[in-house]
Design a protein around this ligand. Structure first.
Ligand code: NAD
Length: 240
């Protein structure tokens, strides 16, 4: 099978950069689409994901067969409308451009926050529905964008998947550590929320990036056959 040509949307960001590095390290060909250019070692397309024609132009010029879409405004902004514009309208533009340009695969970075409404969730999987009341505008927009990505699976031959990382840490982070350091600087470390048994998932950025590569790799492979036991049939005996 021919190797994919990758476009990492948001490839100048924290997670996006790790995805770009891992693709390059295994010999894949990759370009970046972003509003900001921070690196000059791969082809770069400057543009906003709310501009479908800019995305389509980058897809055509780069010959992209697989999009990894990690772009988003950071969480915590007071103006919620920016999330709807970039995450929802922008992701719709990415999907439309991908289908129009015959792209085969789209991997989308969602967020674990899309199913969080402030109460503990333990031992759940992706069948858990979205909460009736979203946590905030950021997570609401990530859920809507994710739903668009999943609904577009199969349209015009496009195969899609969405991943939901929890908190991401590691080299290049500009949100998590600076927030923690700010708490320290403000001498706020004597505050405790809850009874100190609160749990929060964190994942190393290299592992989140690897998950995106694996998702892209698996998207166009046929799923493994279900075990015969789940079909109510005895396994075939194999004679030597
Ligand atoms: P980041 O801010 O470091 O990177 C995001 C990139 O997207 C930036 O380079 C930015 O310039 C680009 N971008 C923003 N708006 C754009 C637009 N309109 N058009 C084109 N590019 C645009 O963020 P990150 O921490 O690397 O997060 C990456 C993804 O992971 C996001 O989708 C985020 O929602 C998701 N996520 C992050 C965390 C976390 O803890 N950092 C947790 C869960 C999910």
């Amino acid at each position: 099978m021919a190797k994919d040509q990758y476009l990492v949307i948001g490839g100048s960001g924290f997670l996006g950069r790790h995805i770009v590095d891992q693709l390059r390290a295994r010999g894949d060909s990759v370009s970046i689409f972003d509003i900001v250019q921070r690196y000059h070692d791969v082809p770069f397309f400057s543009g906003d994901i709310t501009d479908e024609s800019a995305i389509a132009s980058a897809l055509k010029q780069s010959g992209t067969t697989c999009i990894i879409h990690t772009a988003s405004p950071p969480a915590g902004l007071t103006d919620g409308s920016i999330y709807m514009k970039v995450n929802v309208d922008g992701t719709r533009a990415v999907i439309d451009a991908a289908i129009a340009c015959g792209v085969r695969k789209l991997v989308f970075t969602s967020s674990a926050g899309v199913i969080f409404n402030g109460t503990d969730i333990i031992d759940v999987d992706e069948r858990l529905p979205y909460p009736d009341v979203p946590l905030d505008a950021y997570n609401d927009s990530k859920a809507k964008a994710e739903a668009l990505v999943i609904a577009s699976n199969g349209k015009g031959g496009l195969l899609t998947v969405a991943l939901r990382p929890a908190g991401i840490f590691g080299p290049g982070d500009r949100q998590c550590m600076s927030g923690l350091y700010q708490v320290y600087e403000n001498n706020q470390t004597h505050f405790q929320i809850g009874d100190n048994t609160n749990m929060m998932d964190w994942t190393y950025v290299g592992n989140v990036a690897k998950a995106h590569l694996l998702a892209a790799d698996k998207l166009d492979l046929p799923p493994p056959a279900p075990p015969l036991s789940t079909l109510g049939k005895a396994p075939l005996s194999v004679e030597e």
